[in-house]
Design a protein around this ligand. Structure first.
Ligand SMILES: Nc1ncnc2c1ncn2[C@@H]1O[C@H](COP(=O)(O)OP(=O)(O)OP(=O)(O)O)[C@@H](O)[C@H]1O
Ligand SMILES: [Mg+2]
Length: 314
């Protein structure tokens, strides 16, 4: 468990936009200083961007820690290869890499869905293998495939998840109301999940995952399939969560999303870490490259060359 809790005001943690705004105003009026600077939202060329104070990025307590983690599905190659990484409170951390890089495998290792071959992973200081239950209480995982519990109605699914995590009646009602309204699925909660579109299924799983308000959100390509309004809502929820001193780790292929949303990011390929740092640090590494896409391709190409040289040397 992180040594301290940065929540500025008491109350349940998943707040509606209005509640959040009221609380911010109250905090400022009362002369309270929030440990984390509030993000501000601004618009550039019609695109909305989120920003936090760069000085506060990546400096919190370690929430998720990977030490020399390796995983293979077969004898041929490692899907994750000696990965060492830490993700801190108060940050949105992006996980990037080409198809087959090892992102999903890593996220499944962190959430305990896969077992490690080597290394260790802790969530809020709890070892995912030795203290799995305590670690899992502190995280939410949203997989990239939203097909689950087709025969339940949306509301039944959410009640089921709330029961599993022991969310009390009052809180669950407030959170179901807030989350499903924010994602625009409140009106379909009495329909079976099998009648939902792909995006709607994704949203109900997101709502379920966030229902117990875990400290660490782990999301595998969460924006894929969401309409622009929901994608925006999710990004805003992610920012609010991180600004309460908690953690969001998500994988994405969309470089622009990573640039706009992440406080820090990592790039992996062939299961190996190629880069970890801020987008500004990544850009500084290839200062001559204007496009984010070519910068990313260069990084991955360099990784491939290094891997080829290492294979030759063996
Ligand atoms: N269940 C599995 N059985 C065997 N090999 C697997 C399995 N899942 C993944 N792999 C292999 O592990 C490697 C990493 O896959 P992973 O799904 O972690 O990549 P990813 O970065 O999430 O890719 P994508 O961007 O396509 O989602 C790939 O070579 C893949 O073929
Ligand atoms: Mg994947």
């Amino acid at each position: 468990m992180a040594a301290h809790d940065h929540r500025p005001l008491a109350g349940h943690a998943i707040m509606s936009k209005e509640e959040s705004l009221v609380n911010q105003k109250r905090a400022w009026k009362g002369g309270l200083t929030l440990k984390r600077s509030r993000p501000f939202l601004y618009t550039v060329g019609g695109l909305q961007k989120f920003e936090t104070d760069p000085a506060s990025r990546g400096k919190g307590d370690i929430m998720i820690e990977l030490k020399e983690v390796s995983k293979s599905y077969d004898e041929v190659r490692k899907a994750v290869d000696q990965l060492t990484l830490d993700i801190r409170d108060g940050e949105i951390f992006g996980f990037l890499g080409p198809n087959g890089a090892g992102k999903t495998t890593t996220l499944k290792l962190i959430t305990g869905l896969l077992s490690l071959d080597q290394g260790s992973i802790s969530v809020n200081g709890f070892d995912i293998e030795k203290e799995g239950l305590e670690a899992k209480k502190r995280l939410a995982f949203v997989p990239d495939n939203p097909d689950t519990f087709q025969r339940l109605k949306g509301i039944e699914y959410l009640r089921f998840i709330a029961d599993v995590y022991g969310v009390d009646q009052t809180l669950r009602q407030q959170r179901v109301e807030t989350l499903t309204r924010r994602f625009g699925i409140h009106d379909v909660l009495n329909q079976m999940i099998k009648t939902y579109s792909h995006g709607m299924k994704q949203k109900i799983i997101l709502c379920g995952a966030l229902l117990h308000d875990p400290e660490n959100w782990i999301l595998d390509e969460p924006m894929t399939g969401l309409d622009p309004a929901s994608s925006f809502e999710l990004k805003q929820l992610m920012r609010e969560h991180a600004d309460r001193g908690k953690t969001v780790l998500f994988s994405t292929h969309v470089l622009e999303v990573a640039e706009k949303v992440c406080d820090r990011l990592s790039v992996i390929d062939n299961g190996k870490l190629l880069f970890v740092g801020t987008m500004d640090q990544l850009k500084a590494r290839y200062a001559d490259d204007a496009s984010l896409e070519s910068l990313f391709l260069r990084l991955v190409r360099e990784g491939d060359q290094e891997a080829a040289l290492a294979a030759e040397a063996r």
